[in-house]
Design a protein around this ligand. Structure first.
Ligand SMILES: [Zn+2]
Length: 374
C-alpha cells in the first residue's frame, strides 16, 4: 500500500501541474475582462478570427458537429464514471489518491472547456456591445412610440400573412432547408448599415434532436467550438427564418441576446423573401406587443383585435406549440442559460431578450434604413 502511494505521488504532482496552465489562463481572462481595450483586442484579434476559422472548417462537414460533440461528451462521462467507480473498488490503490486523481482530471477537463468558452465566446460579453458600436444606445421609449411601432409591425404582418404559403390547417408552412437557402444574402442590408458586423456566414445546420431542443425551450443556438449556427427544425415554421437570422447575428460577433434579436428582426424585415419578412414582422410583433401589454393594455387589445385570421392562426399555433413543451426540462434549461448569461456580464439574464424592443423602436424612428419611413 505504501509503495503504491509513493509511486502515485509524482503522478498527482503531474496532474496538479497540468491543472495549473488552464487555471492561470482563466485568471488572465478574468483580469482582462476588467480592461475594456484589452478585451476588445482579444475579441477582435483572437475570438472572431478563431470563430471564423472554425466555422469555415466545420461547415465543410455536412453533419451536426454540436450533436457529435454532445454524444462524445456523454460517452466520455459514462466511461469516466465507470473507471472512477472501478478504481475506487480496487483494493490495490489508496482511495484518497484515487479520488484526488480523478477530481484533478475533472478539473483539468472542465477548466479547458471553460477556457474555450471564455476565449472564443465569453470575451464578447465584456467587449463593446453592438449598441455602443452602432450608436444606438437607448434612454427609454415613449408608450406612443411603442404603440406606433407595434401598429406598423401588425399592419405588415397582416398584409404578408395572406401571401406566405400555408398548409391545410391554414398555418404558415415551409421546411428548414428551403428557408436556409437564402442565408448568404440575408445580411446584405445589415452589412451596409453596420459595416463593423460584416463577416462570414456559414450555412445553418438543422438539429436532428430538434424536439428535445423544443422541450428545452431553444429555437436555435450558436456553438462557439464549431463556429456554426444550429436551428431547431421542429419549432413552428414561421419562426425558423427569424431564428436563422438571430443565430447569424451571434456568428457575426453580437453576443447580447436583445441585440441579436433586434439585428435578426432588422435583417428579416429587409429581406427580399416574403417568408423572412413575415417571420421578422411576427417576431418583432411578439416583442413589441408583450411590452405594450404592460405599458398600455387597452391599446394592446386594440391591436390584437386587428389581427388577420391568418396571423391569428399562426399566433395561436405558436402559443399552443410552446405551451405543450413547458415542463421540468424547460425550467432546468432556462435556469442553466439564465445563470450562464448572468455570470457572463448580462445581469438581466433571460429577461435581456425583452430589451430588443428599445433598440427596435429607436432604429425604426431614426434609421435611414427604417421601413417605417416608407
Ligand atoms: Zn441567441
Amino acid at each position: 500500500m505504501r509503495t503504491a502511494e509513493k509511486t502515485r505521488k509524482p503522478q498527482l504532482l503531474k496532474y496538479f501541474l497540468s491543472a495549473l496552465l488552464p487555471v492561470l489562463l482563466l485568471c488572465l481572462f478574468y483580469f482582462l475582462t476588467t480592461k475594456r481595450d484589452a478585451i476588445n483586442s482579444v475579441q477582435e484579434k483572437f475570438s472572431l478570427p478563431a470563430l471564423r476559422f472554425l466555422g469555415k472548417t466545420f461547415s465543410a462537414i455536412p453533419v451536426s458537429i454540436l450533436e457529435i460533440f454532445i454524444a462524445a461528451a456523454v460517452i466520455a462521462a459514462i466511461v469516466y464514471i465507470f473507471k472512477f467507480i472501478s478504481a475506487l473498488l480496487s483494493f490495490r490503490r489508496a482511495k484518497t489518491v484515487t479520488i484526488l486523481r480523478f477530481l484533478l482530471i475533472l478539473v483539468i477537463i472542465l477548466a479547458w472547456i471553460w477556457n474555450g468558452y471564455c476565449w472564443l465566446w465569453n470575451a464578447g460579453y465584456y467587449a463593446d456591445s453592438f449598441a455602443e458600436k452602432a450608436g444606438l444606445e437607448t434612454v427609454g421609449i415613449s408608450t406612443d412610440d411603442l404603440y406606433n411601432a407595434a401598429k406598423f409591425f401588425c399592419e405588415q404582418a397582416n398584409a404578408l400573412s395572406y401571401l406566405v404559403p400555408r398548409d391545410d390547417d391554414g398555418i404558415f408552412c415551409g421546411g428548414f432547408e428551403y428557408f436556409a437557402e437564402s442565408y448568404d444574402t440575408l445580411y446584405a442590408p445589415i452589412d451596409e448599415e453596420f459595416p463593423f458586423l460584416a463577416g462570414q456566414t456559414t450555412m445553418p445546420k438543422g438539429v436532428f434532436f430538434s424536439k428535445i431542443m423544443s422541450y428545452m425551450g431553444y429555437t436555435g443556438l450558436f456553438f462557439p467550438f464549431s463556429g456554426e449556427t444550429y436551428i431547431n427544425t421542429d419549432q413552428p415554421a414561421w419562426d425558423i427564418p427569424n431564428t436563422i437570422a438571430h443565430e447569424i447575428a451571434h456568428q457575426r460577433g453580437v453576443h447580447f441576446e436583445a441585440e441579436a434579436n433586434f439585428i435578426g428582426i432588422a435583417a428579416c424585415i429587409q429581406s427580399d423573401e416574403l417568408y423572412y419578412r413575415y417571420s421578422g414582422y411576427m417576431a418583432g410583433l411578439i416583442h413589441l406587443t408583450n411590452a405594450l401589454y404592460t405599458a398600455d393594455p387597452e391599446r394592446y387589445w386594440e391591436l390584437r383585435d386587428s389581427f388577420s385570421a391568418h396571423l391569428e392562426a399562426d399566433w395561436q399555433d405558436n402559443n399552443r406549440y410552446w405551451q405543450e413543451k413547458e415542463g421540468k426540462l424547460n425550467e432546468v434549461a432556462d435556469m442553466v442559460y439564465d445563470t450562464f448569461l448572468q455570470v457572463n456580464n448580462q445581469p438581466s439574464g433571460l429577461q435581456s431578450y425583452g430589451e430588443c424592443v428599445d433598440l427596435l423602436v429607436l432604429w425604426l424612428n431614426t434609421s435611414a434604413y427604417s421601413p417605417m419611413e416608407g
